[in-house]
Write a protein that binds this ligand. Structure first.
Ligand SMILES: [Zn+2]
Length: 158
């Protein structure tokens, strides 16, 4: 037993109707004033072509939109980790099956390592070369939504 959302009368037979543009559960008497709404499953039906018009949502998930990028000081990290392990460039090259010149280029930042090489280096040296980086769009979206810098920093730390 529930109350009609329009007249407040208790009724066993409330049904969902559209009355003056509002969706409400009403008793049979009130339902005559509106048009019935078929209750469908709660999943909203995607209109055709919805994906085409899908716009990036800058408010939601903007701060979660981070990507892993090669750390700017990857060359320092590689060299330091190698020296910490007392490895020569030759040693490291052998470990990861790369030429000595490749290691040299990495450590002088002349070579931007591809992902596969990054993974080998990270494993061999037990370091992290990738960093989570805010993407520029996310940062600008955050500022344009009127968030304060403090909000941004707090969320970023999460
Ligand atoms: Zn009613």
């Amino acid at each position: 037993m529930a109350d009609c959302e329009r007249c407040g009368r208790s009724s066993r037979a409330l049904s969902l109707h559209s009355i003056e543009g509002a969706r409400m559960y009403v008793c049979p008497d009130c339902s005559r004033l509106g048009t019935p709404i078929k209750e469908t499953s709660s999943r909203p039906v995607q209109p055709a072509g919805a994906t085409r018009t899908r716009a990036p949502n800058p408010n939601k998930d903007a701060l979660a939109n981070r990507e892993l990028e090669l750390a700017d000081d990857y060359h320092v990290r590689i060299q330091r980790a190698r020296e910490r392990k007392a490895l020569s460039r030759e040693d490291l090259g052998r470990m990861i099956n790369e030429k000595v010149s490749t290691i040299a280029h990495l450590e002088t930042k002349q070579l931007h390592p591809p992902d596969s090489l990054v993974r080998k280096l990270e494993k061999a040296l037990e370091i992290t070369l990738m960093e989570r980086v805010e993407d520029v769009r996310a940062t600008s979206a955050a500022s344009s939504t009127g968030m304060t810098l403090a909000d941004f920093i707090v969320k970023k730390k999460r």
